[in-house]
Unconditional design. Structure first.
Length: 275
């Protein structure tokens, strides 16, 4: 009987801790949301420019000379259909990472309000999750705009199916988590540009957004499949255009594991942050 009481008490304590962690995470997120909600249109539109340029230049321009079965595999009517899911992945990556990084950098380097956040009696993991959730919302705003464009151009309602949206959220979580870590690490805005030039821009073109990684030589496949954006791109493409039996289910746990690993890293950074 005593052991049963101890087990019940332990479970109740763990549940209480999880509730506190969730509440604290939402509190941190709410602080960012109050600032974000007045700029919804600006955030949604800011990440739409690059995807629209790529869609016009590659999908509607160059894409007319690329036929399904020649350079790309699968049952696609044209190259535009092939790259649209990649554009959703690209836009969600760019804004989730950039918006989160610059938000934390602004608080750390300019307004000098970040020290107040570090002094709050909140678990470091809750700090990371709250900031990450704000980045996820930024990414969803922009990727939602690209999804709307994709619906208008193709009429394919699979862009709104739950599996597609789950992958978008996971992709936003990965890069918002990475944005938190970079935002905590850099010492100047110039350093943010270095991360963007050496990580985000190369990944934009190498993350299977414009090509089918299955057509690459083995050596290049190794590089491409090391990038988290690759799993988001191929998963979104499959969710939008392929039957469920051909969906690459491995993409979901891979993105989830990366997001969890970045959350633990971010919590460690918050716990040892000195500003």
């Amino acid at each position: 009987m005593a052991s049963q009481r101890a087990l019940f008490s332990s479970k109740k304590f763990k549940t209480s801790q999880l509730q506190i962690l969730l509440a604290d995470s939402l509190t941190i997120f709410w602080g960012d949301w109050l600032d974000l909600r007045v700029r919804i249109v600006q955030v949604a539109a800011s990440g739409l420019i690059s995807p629209l340029i790529y869609i016009l230049a590659f999908g509607l321009g160059l894409g007319s000379s690329i036929k399904p079965g020649s350079g790309i595999s699968g049952n696609y009517n044209n190259y535009l259909e092939f790259i649209l899911p990649g554009m959703v992945a690209l836009s969600s990556m760019t804004i989730s990472f950039g918006g989160t990084t610059f938000s934390i950098c602004g608080d750390r380097l300019f307004t000098k309000t970040f020290e107040e956040l570090l002094l709050t009696p909140i678990h470091p993991l809750a700090l990371h999750i709250g900031k990450m959730l704000a980045g996820v919302v930024r990414g969803l705003m922009t990727s939602g705009s690209v999804i709307l464009v994709a619906l208008l151009l193709t009429g394919n309602w699979n862009f709104l199916n739950p599996l597609f949206l789950l992958l978008v959220v996971l992709n936003c979580s990965v890069f918002a988590g990475l944005g938190v870590i970079v935002g905590l690490s850099v010492r100047s805005l110039e350093s943010v540009g270095l991360y963007n030039n050496f990580i985000i821009i190369p990944m934009s073109f190498l993350g299977a957004t414009f090509f089918d990684p299955g057509t690459l030589p083995a050596a290049l496949k190794v590089v491409v499949y090391l990038l988290p954006l690759t799993y988001a791109s191929i998963g979104l493409r499959a969710a939008a255009h392929l039957p469920l039996s051909q969906f690459p289910w491995y993409s979901i746990p891979i993105l989830l594991v990366i997001a969890i690993a970045l959350s633990l890293w971010g919590a460690y950074k918050f716990a040892h942050q000195q500003d």
